[in-house]
Design a protein around this ligand. Structure first.
Ligand SMILES: Nc1ncnc2c1ncn2[C@@H]1O[C@H](COP(=O)(O)OP(=O)(O)O)[C@@H](O)[C@H]1O
Ligand SMILES: [Mg+2]
Length: 432
């Protein structure tokens, strides 16, 4: 009798549990959808307003919220049913005990009164923990779904790993010879499979102290190429060496002291100008920071801030203009005194005059520093030692300006479209 009661109650729970688990998992997934939508909208609030998409975005949010409401409702209904149902079943067994046992006591045909009372006591002892369990189960399930998600992130293995035998190098002794040997690269999808390659058979030798420009249409693979040097990603095939050592044989922390990169998108941190400029090397002498700021053409506007070096920087640097942010980001990279300097479209928000001022000042600060200069405008790379032309992930031409004018038709076309008109004008004046 007791066993039957317990079995019925447990059976009922086992029956209901899978659908409850499903409902909770779905609820949790829809909750992340909802959170993502909301986060995107908050971060992109101005874009939404600028394109007058408030109504559509509100509708999208409503839809996601409705999507979450349904599984949440299903889960709640099951929880609401489970607890009273369990108690009812257990109470029914008590009634049954009284009915059958009571009859037997009266007719003196089997059970005695003491035994009936005992069974009832036992039954109510089973009911209590079971109904507690019914209350606890939803919490356990919800916790379990959340825990799974947290463990997914904690257990995620970074694709870029240090080798156990990686040897750090003294940055000051690095000469900065950078060689790409047959490098190919493809982005990895979250499931581990590879996208189509964005860099194919890159062969490139950059001598110590050389200054190399990278030109190419958006999506050509310029950022992908320079991001491989500090190992934000690892090559898919081939290798990249610094002074003959594969970058994968250098510990990442050490590698990033050697290689300094100013990213395409200049992100600053909340704090002061001083804090941001010394971000990579808080110990460095103020003179270095000041020299870096001068080279990046940031010194002038920093001096005009009321608090100068102690001036506040808002989150992501929103209280500075795009061009000022870029110049602070360059100054930050210079302050860390890398041996290989990479500027990835870091001057795109500057006007041509400021850009060329920065370009002329940087080599004075970074003597003998190997420099990779990704640019949109041919004017920004024309004077460099070498220019690399990228198209669809391949190097289609490399050489100094004059060589490329001879050898590369694409380079000539870019040159004509960007600078041709101005030079033709002056040429005509000469011949006239
Ligand atoms: N995180 C990423 N995941 C997948 N593909 C990407 C990612 N970043 C860039 N790409 C793709 O790689 C190619 C090269 O991009 P990128 O190196 O940023 O070009 P560029 O800097 O020359 O404009 C493009 O086709 C781009 O769509
Ligand atoms: Mg880019």
């Amino acid at each position: 009798m007791l066993a039957l009661a317990a079995a019925t109650v447990l059976g009922f729970m086992v029956l209901l549990l899978p659908s409850l688990v499903r409902a909770y998992n779905e609820r949790q997934n829809k909750l992340s959808d909802l959170n993502n939508t909301m986060q995107e909208n908050l971060a992109g609030m101005r874009v939404v307003k600028a394109f007058v998409q408030e109504d559509q975005e509100v509708a999208k949010f409503d839809q996601r919220a409705e999507g979450m409401r349904k599984p949440a409702y299903r889960a709640a209904v099951r929880v609401a049913v489970m607890n009273p149902a369990l108690v009812t079943i257990a109470q029914l067994f008590i009634v049954l005990t009284l009915w059958v046992g009571g009859g037997q006591v009266i007719t003196q045909a089997g059970l005695e009164i003491g035994q009936v009372v005992m069974v009832m006591q036992y039954l109510s002892m089973i009911i209590m923990p079971l109904s507690m369990l019914a209350i606890a189960v939803p919490f356990i399930l919800r916790g379990d779904t959340s825990a799974q998600r947290i463990f997914e992130i904690i257990d995620a293995e970074p694709f870029v790993q240090d080798k156990p035998d990686a040897q750090p190098r003294n940055p000051e002794q690095v000469k900065g010879r950078l060689v790409f040997e047959n490098v190919s690269f493809a982005f990895r999808r979250p499931d581990g499979t590879l996208d189509p390659p964005v860099l194919k058979n890159i062969n490139l030798t950059i001598e110590p102290g050389e200054r190399v420009g990278f030109l190419g249409a958006t999506g050509a693979g310029k950022s992908a190429l320079v991001n491989l040097v500090p190992r934000f990603y690892d090559v898919t095939a081939g290798r990249i060496t610094i002074d003959g050592v594969d970058v994968r044989d250098i510990p990442q922390e050490n590698l990033r002291q050697i290689v300094g990169i100013a990213l395409q998108e200049a992100v600053l941190f909340q704090g002061t100008v001083h804090f941001n400029l010394k971000f990579g090397n808080p110990e460095v002498h103020d003179d270095v920071m000041i020299g870096a700021a001068r080279s990046a053409d940031a010194f002038g506007f920093i001096m005009q801030l009321p608090q100068q070096w102690d001036a506040p920087v808002a989150r992501r640097g929103y209280n500075f203009s795009g061009g000022q942010r870029q110049r602070l980001a360059i100054a930050r990279t210079l302050t860390a005194q890398p041996r290989i300097l990479i500027l990835d479209d870091s001057t795109s928000a500057l006007d041509v005059a400021t850009e060329s001022r920065v370009q002329e000042a940087i080599p004075q600060f970074t003597e003998n520093v190997t420099t990779l200069y990704v640019a949109q405008r041919i004017s920004a790379v024309i004077d460099l030692d070498k220019i690399v032309l990228l198209q669809n992930g391949e190097i289609i031409a490399q050489g100094a300006h004059e060589e490329l004018m001879q050898s590369s038709q694409l380079y000539q076309e870019i040159y004509q479209s960007q600078l041709g008109a101005g030079l033709k004008g002056s040429g005509q004046e000469v011949t006239a």
